[in-house]
Design a protein around this ligand. Structure first.
Ligand SMILES: NC(=O)c1ccc[n+]([C@@H]2O[C@H](COP(=O)([O-])OP(=O)(O)OC[C@H]3O[C@@H](n4cnc5c(N)ncnc54)[C@H](OP(=O)(O)O)[C@@H]3O)[C@@H](O)[C@H]2O)c1
Length: 513
């Protein structure tokens, strides 16, 4: 019996993939991420019967709170943020007893002694058998502190322990530059093996992102074309309509490059540019991904101004409403130099991609929310159909990540009539229309994978390191160069003129999705 057809909440979650019972300990359990994403995702896994009976969820945070208060807060949050509303009373009633709470500060050994005691009682009353998934949903400065304290409290089992597992999910940001990311790796590796670390990048949990792999390596027709001989260039866009949503303190120290390019956008770049892996497993996939980053041509300092563009939004209008400038947002310095937009021309020096530019861009307060990979093929060698053909553009394949997940292939077709008139048309695949159901949230898939010990969709240390090795010198150079006169684009537009110039210098244009 295929239960996934009966229970739409199992969409995207394979029946065979039942996670073993484990204690899932969330550090930062009173925070925004827990409330908005983690507990709703765990609730959905429970609803879809993907969490093994006997699993337990333990919240850990600073404020004093009883188990019941924690359950009540999480129920309210799930009612607000769950992807299926309203909360199913029966399902919640069976989920709720698995939630419990331990309070303490992250650097307080006594709190970890309490946690240890609590986990021992969880092992005895649930079926968790010493399996632990620690989720670091905390500000990044605490990642290494928590790991050390867990080790000191004897809460980390060796990777070689076959009787039980300890795994750690680490949230982003993983460092703020090459140095801090390496320091964090060193601190984590002192107490836990790399094979036990799951660096989350929620983009990899998205169906449409995984579909890049399915599209490329599950079909024979495109792969022969997926190379310099046939592809003119690639554009990767992660555009946001929203601003910084009150997170000025965080964003001032981050900016668009750290927030999006180093992680999410480079994940897309790796998936679209990697060689076929020898198997679909964590090592084989990540080995090929990291080779892409190793092949990136470092940007010479003298060329950074020419090969990158940065921007910051000023006041503007969107959807009829007047929007403030970035510098007018809460907790933002009135002379802030933080970029809310970044674009780069990235080159991959290998046999497949030599000479094919990858233009990447991201920004806040742009015209539309859209994440996509657009692959532009080379034009035809000879125009047989005269003037009408001049109105068609070269073939383009667009992998839409969000919203409206799907794939579109543009090609020229004959218009009906007695003349040979050509026009561009689209072949279109839409997730929603094809599968008739909404995808599971990225966090559901990723938490499940971590419980199953499948790290394929998590970032490995060398990937993160290579990504920082590429972007850190760019950020450093920007800091030393005279700042562009910010703000340099209006909220609600497609970004600064310098980004247009970046592609126009190569005789190309950005897509307007
Ligand atoms: N929010 C999102 O949508 C989102 C998205 C992607 C990534 N992330 C990442 O996820 C992580 C958490 O983000 P968030 O937005 O959930 O943060 P948040 O709302 O500020 O929550 C932080 C949590 O850490 C706890 N905490 C802070 N200092 C502590 C200490 N010294 N001892 C014990 N507990 C302490 C807080 O407990 P108290 O409330 O008791 O102080 C709270 O539970 C960050 O790394 C962030 O970058 C968040």
């Amino acid at each position: 019996m295929n239960t996934s057809t009966e229970n739409p909440l199992r969409a995207g979650l394979d029946d065979e993939r039942l996670a073993p019972a484990s204690a899932i300990v969330i550090f930062g359990a009173s925070g925004d991420l827990t409330r908005r994403k983690l507990v709703p995702a765990l609730y959905h896994l429970q609803l879809a019967r993907m969490l093994a009976p006997g699993s337990a969820i333990v919240g850990f945070a600073r404020k004093e709170s009883s188990h019941d208060e924690f359950r009540k807060e999480q129920r309210e949050a799930t009612a607000q943020f769950s992807r299926s509303k309203p909360v199913d009373a029966e399902a919640w009633a069976s989920f709720e007893p698995s939630l419990s709470y331990v309070h303490g500060t992250f650097d307080e050994p006594a709190a970890y002694a309490r946690l240890r005691e609590h986990l021992e009682s969880v092992d005895a009353t649930f079926g968790t058998r010493g399996n632990r998934l620690f989720y670091f949903a905390t500000p990044p400065e605490f990642f290494s502190v928590i790991a050390k304290q867990l080790k000191a409290a004897g809460l980390i089992a060796e990777a070689s322990d076959r009787g039980r597992f300890t795994r750690v999910i680490v949230e982003k940001p993983f460092g703020t530059n090459l140095e801090s990311s390496r320091a964090l790796d060193r601190a984590l590796h002192e107490v836990i093996d790399e094979s036990q670390i799951y660096r989350i990048d929620h983009y990899l949990g998205k169906e449409a992102v995984q579909n890049v792999l399915a599209f490329r390596f599950g079909n024979a027709i495109f792969e022969p074309l997926w190379r310099r001989e046939y592809i003119d260039h690639v554009q990767i866009t992660v555009a946001e309509e929203i601003g910084i949503e009150g997170r000025g303190k965080f964003y001032e120290g981050a900016g668009a490059t750290r927030d999006i390019i180093q992680n999410h956008l480079f994940q897309l770049l790796m998936l679209v540019a990697m060689e076929p892996p020898s198997a679909f497993d964590a090592d084989a996939v990540r080995d090929e991904k990291v080779k892409v980053l190793r092949a990136l041509r470092p940007m010479h300092r003298d060329r950074i101004a020419e090969l990158t563009a940065r921007g910051q939004y000023g006041r503007g209008t969107l959807g009829g409403g007047l929007l403030p400038a970035y510098r007018e947002e809460k907790d933002v310095h009135p002379d802030s130099r933080t970029e809310t937009y970044a674009a780069m021309r990235v080159e991959i020096e290998n046999w497949r991609w030599q000479g094919v530019p990858f233009y990447v861009r991201t920004g806040k307060r742009l015209t539309r929310r859209v994440s996509e990979i657009a692959v532009r093929f080379r034009g035809i060698p000879v125009a047989l159909f005269g003037r009408s053909q001049a109105e068609t553009a070269p073939n383009e394949l667009v992998l839409r990540i969000q919203p409206d997940e799907g794939i579109t292939l543009r090609f020229a077709a004959k218009q009906p009539g007695s003349h040979m008139l050509l026009r561009d048309v689209n072949m279109d695949f839409r997730y929603g229309a094809t599968w008739g159901r909404t995808s599971a949230d990225a966090y559901e898939r990723l938490i499940l994978d971590a419980l199953l010990g499948d790290a394929t969709l998590f970032a490995r240390d060398d990937e993160v390191d290579e990504a920082w090795r590429y972007v850190s010198p760019i950020i450093d150079a920007w800091n030393e160069m005279p700042a562009p006169s910010f703000p340099n684009y209006a909220a609600g537009t497609w970004g600064p003129a310098s980004a247009e110039a970046l592609v126009e210098r190569d005789g190309r244009r950005w897509r307007r999705p």
